[in-house]
Write a protein that binds this ligand. Structure first.
Ligand code: DGL
Length: 263
């Protein structure tokens, strides 16, 4: 297959990576995309690195079999635990990972206090620690493990009262301590942005989602290789999962809603 017609593979533990998928499809409408949402082993936040590498490997095998030209790990936890391993194992392949957006948040913060919401795996990972030290050493970083956040999204309860209560517990203390930026360090969390906004209310606080930057990075890596699809490419969107058919159908349904709402 010609490089330009090869699909992009996008991976997540579940539905969260669709927040990155949406940005990729918006930015590169001619590209075919295969989305793999594990679904069976989600959430990854508390799992061991050995397990996560095994789950990611299954998706990577499928992406390679389908000749994907780039693989986007649209999962902060999976990036933290497997991207180094994958880059070492497949040095000729393009892997794009997630990085918590502490840099833009720290640069734009007026108060010097930023909040980050992420899973335990991401917050304990060396990538988050290194990024924070490199780009946000002048800022005060308040972190909170989003206990139950991933489940709210997987179960379609993003805008419920329960979501409001769970999110308030994490976000309200950050706001009380002066945070003026809340970084979404998990790809499921952009689907909670409306509820996070309700918790913020009329306070002047910005929610930072790294997904658009990840889509841009993917585009620029493909551009460098001359692998971008032609405008007239007949693109296809495919949805795969380690879970059952009904989960696959849910992924597709959520993606179609995103196309209606945002694209
Ligand atoms: N979307 C994943 C992330 O970005 C969620 C991780 C999980 O499954 O716990 O980290």
């Amino acid at each position: 297959m010609e490089h330009c017609c090869r699909p992009i593979g996008v991976f997540d533990s579940g539905m969260g990576g669709l927040s990155v998928w949406r940005e990729i499809v918006k930015l590169m409408p001619a590209e075919s995309v295969i989305y793999y949402g594990d679904g069976k082993n989600c959430p990854y936040g508390d799992r061991s690195q050995t397990d996560v590498i095994k789950f990611v490997q299954e998706a990577v095998d499928l992406f390679i079999e389908r000749d994907c030209k780039a693989i986007v790990l649209a999962c902060n936890a999976a990036t933290a635990m497997s991207v180094d391993y994958l880059r070492h194992k497949y040095p000729d392949r393009i892997f794009v990972g997630m990085e918590p957006a502490v840099k833009p948040a720290a640069l734009n913060s007026q108060s010097g206090v930023i909040g980050i919401l992420a899973t335990k795996a991401t917050l304990e990972g060396s990538l988050f620690k290194e990024t924070s030290m490199k780009f946000a050493h002048n800022a005060k970083i308040l972190s909170c493990v989003g206990d139950g956040f991933v489940e709210l999204v997987e179960q379609g309860n993003e805008n419920s009262q329960m979501a409001f209560d769970i999110i308030s517990k994490c976000v309200e203390p950050m706001l009380q301590q002066g945070a003026d930026h809340i970084v979404l360090g998990c790809t499921h969390y952009p689907f909670l942005a409306e509820t996070i906004s309700r918790v913020i209310g009329d306070r002047n606080v910005k929610i930072v989602d790294p997904a658009p930057a990840v889509a841009l990075r993917t585009k620029s890596l493909l551009e460098q290789k001359g692998w971008l699809a032609n405008k007239d490419n007949k693109c296809e969107y495919l949805f795969c999962s380690a879970a059952d058919e009904s989960y696959k159908a849910k992924l597709k349904q959520k993606a179609l809603l995103l196309i209606d709402k945002y694209l």
